[in-house]
Every structure is written in C-alpha cells, then in structure tokens.
Design a protein around this ligand. Structure first.
Ligand SMILES: Nc1ncnc2c1ncn2[C@@H]1O[C@H](COP(=O)(O)OP(=O)(O)OP(=O)(O)O)[C@@H](O)[C@H]1O
Ligand SMILES: [Mg+2]
Length: 346
C-alpha cells in the first residue's frame, strides 16, 4: 500500500465546518455539523457514507458553490493558510479551478451536446484566464486529452461520439485544465460499468502520482476506498462518525456505523458470510433525534446515546470517532492543536 509522507505539508485544513439548508416553513436542515479534516500534499482522502449523509454538501461548501438555500453557518476552510470563507466572490473564483477543481457528481452527462469536447475544454481554460494565447490553448487541450488517455484526434468530436468512460475522462481533463493542487471527485465512477470504473480509478491514481495531486474522493463504495484512499472520513447524517487512515478503518473500526458499513460490504478474503444491510433510514435533518444521530439504528445504543450527542474524540493517535462506547484514549479533540497535527498525523 502507498503511504503518504507523514510530514507532507497540509494543503487544506477544515475546522468545525457546519452548513444548513433553509426550506420555507420548516426548521433549518443541519446538513453538516462540525466537520474537521486535514488534506496533505499527495494524499487521497475518501469521504464515505450512505446516500444523503452530506458528502456532496461538504464538497460544495468547500467550493462555496452551495445552492441558494445553503448557508455555511460556522467554521474555517484554510487553504494554504487563507480561510476561503474570508475571500470575496471574485477571489474565490480564482481559487476555483486554479487551486481546487471539482469533478461534479454525474458530471459526464454535463458536457454540452452541441459543442466539441475540445472546444469545451478550451472554454474552461480561457474562462479562468489560465492561458489566453489561442495556439497555446489548443496545445493545452491536446496535452490534457493525452494526459487522460484520449487521442488528440478526438478533440473535434462531439460528446455523443464518446463512450461513457471517455466522457468521464474528458471531465477529468477539464478539472485539470488550470493545473489545480486539489481535485474534488464526487462519485466519479458511480455510473460506469466495472471495467471502465477500474480504468478511471487507475487514471486518477496515475494522475495523483504524476501531478502530485491531492484528492478528495467521494464515494459510497468501500472497495474503491480500499483501492484509492490513504485516509477516510466516514460521515453519518451530516456528522463525522470516524476519521482515520484506511488500514485502521478496515481493520480496527471503532464506530458502530463504520462496523455496520463494513459488514454490508463483501470481503473476498474471508469465508462466505451473510451480508447484512443496516436496518432503518438515515435521520431527517430537520427532525434530528436527540443525542447521537446514529442511535436509532445502532445495535449497541444505550440510554446516554439517545440524549447526548457524542463529540468526535481521539481514540488513539491518528484515529478519531464519535461514539459514547469508544473510550477516548487521549485528550485529542478537534479543538486541540494536535488534531490531527504534528504528533497525531494521519
Ligand atoms: N438544496 C437543498 N435543500 C434542502 N436540503 C438539501 C438540499 N441539498 C441537499 N439537501 C439535503 O442534504 C442532505 C445531504 O445531501 P447530499 O446531496 O450532500 O448527500 P450525499 O451524501 O452527497 O448523497 P448521495 O450519495 O446520494 O450523493 C440530504 O438530506 C439532502 O436531502
Ligand atoms: Mg452526493
């Protein structure tokens, strides 16, 4: 397994980020509450959890691209020592794509059918003022297409002449257009068949190594996590259930939600076991249970879980979980400077 350098510089540091959605006539939906993580240079951080747990909301919050009824209510998003929440819209526009680019969920269907793929990638370059010289733009389009494994001769073709996998490659090329340090990939392989899925994952892995990219990888597929990620943030109902390196998540998960997620995932190395599904549904965000959000579905819940929300605390060095059953073994908390800083690196 690949290991990222423990002392690689932190590129993105998210502290206590919370986001609400406002819906007329209803209580605000608390879609994200106190999310904390660090992303280092060259690291792939997987964001996992069931549908509706807030993965896309977290990514859109980072990009400051929430829908009109979304509000970031607290927190910091420090990117190379600037809080993105303090930037003007214009300054943020510069950060998007040039520093942090996003491959949106379902992106491969977002290509415009009436323009060639090459033209659409060129527009992304020109729009963000990355290069303005016409010849240089064309060269860059060809370079990007080749980087993602598409021959230059296909730049003048239309999206319908591309297969699904090629359209997704083109979207990845577009995200890389302005040479960002961080790429957010929101379920980049979900709609693809397994063979193509494997090729796209391989491509992202190659790009990570070749370009030194840091990647925030959103998925609900634990197989993809095992293959791609260095560290993992497990989300449940808008909060962090568990945060640790990928080995720890698979081999020593502490939060009952992570354990249940793993039991719902086939392990080919073990004898055949019955797969389980987690009974019940995620919570409604504007009618949250008192206490732990997972308690109504948790097989281990006891009295306290239904009245008091467990904070995210350090289980061991480099391992964090929010569960009353998990004994904190240290004083690490998201508020302490160690989280997950020098002495407790992930
Ligand atoms: N514009 C909106 N207004 C109100 N609620 C919203 C809005 N967008 C998302 N939500 C709610 O916020 C929660 C998180 O949604 P989000 O799309 O972030 O989930 P997700 O983890 O990305 O799910 P999926 O795996 O299905 O993509 C869900 O309960 C969703 O219904
Ligand atoms: Mg989503």
């Amino acid at each position: 397994m690949r290991t990222i350098k423990r002392d690689a510089p932190i590129l993105l540091e998210v502290n206590n980020l919370s986001t609400d959605f406002l819906v007329a006539g209803q209580e605000p939906a608390h879609a994200l509450v106190d999310i904390n993580f660090r992303l280092r240079e060259g690291e792939v951080l997987g964001i996992v959890g069931e549908s509706g747990c807030g993965k896309t909301t977290l990514m859109l919050s980072l990009m400051r691209l929430l829908p009109a009824n979304g509000r970031i209510t607290s927190g910091q998003i420090n990117f190379m020592n600037n809080d993105l929440l303090d930037l003007s819209e214009r300054e943020m526009g510069d950060v998007r794509w040039k520093n942090i680019a996003m491959i949106f969920q379902g992106a491969m269907n977002a290509l415009n059918p009436v323009h060639t793929v090459g033209r659409q990638i060129a527009e992304a370059i020109i729009q963000h003022n990355y290069i303005t010289d016409k010849k240089a733009v064309t060269d860059r389009v060809v370079e990007l297409l080749e980087l993602v494994g598409i021959g230059a001769e296909r730049k003048d073709q239309y999206p319908h002449q591309y297969s699904g996998g090629m359209r997704q490659r083109a979207m990845i090329a577009m995200a890389l257009a302005c040479n960002p340090q961080v790429v957010i990939a929101d379920e980049p392989t979900t709609a693809l068949d397994v063979m193509i899925q494997a090729q796209i994952l391989e491509l992202l892995g190659t790009l990570r190594d070749k370009l030194g990219l840091s990647i925030l990888f959103v998925t609900h597929d634990l197989g993809v996590v095992a293959e791609m990620c260095d560290t993992v943030l497990v989300m449940y109902g808008g909060v962090t259930a568990e945060y640790a390196n990928v080995d720890t998540i698979f081999n020593a998960p502490q939060h009952p939600y992570t354990q249940e997620l793993l039991r719902a995932f086939p392990d080919l190395t073990k004898p055949m076991e019955k797969l389980i599904s987690i009974p019940g549904y995620p919570p409604r965000l504007n009618a949250l249970p008192a206490g732990c959000r997972f308690a109504p579905r948790c097989p281990h819940a006891f009295g306290r879980c239904h009245v008091e929300a467990p904070p995210l605390h350090g289980v061991q060095d480099r391992h964090f979980a929010s569960c009353h059953l998990v004994e904190p073994e240290s004083n690490i908390s998201p508020e302490t400077p160690e989280f997950p800083g020098k002495s407790n690196e992930l």
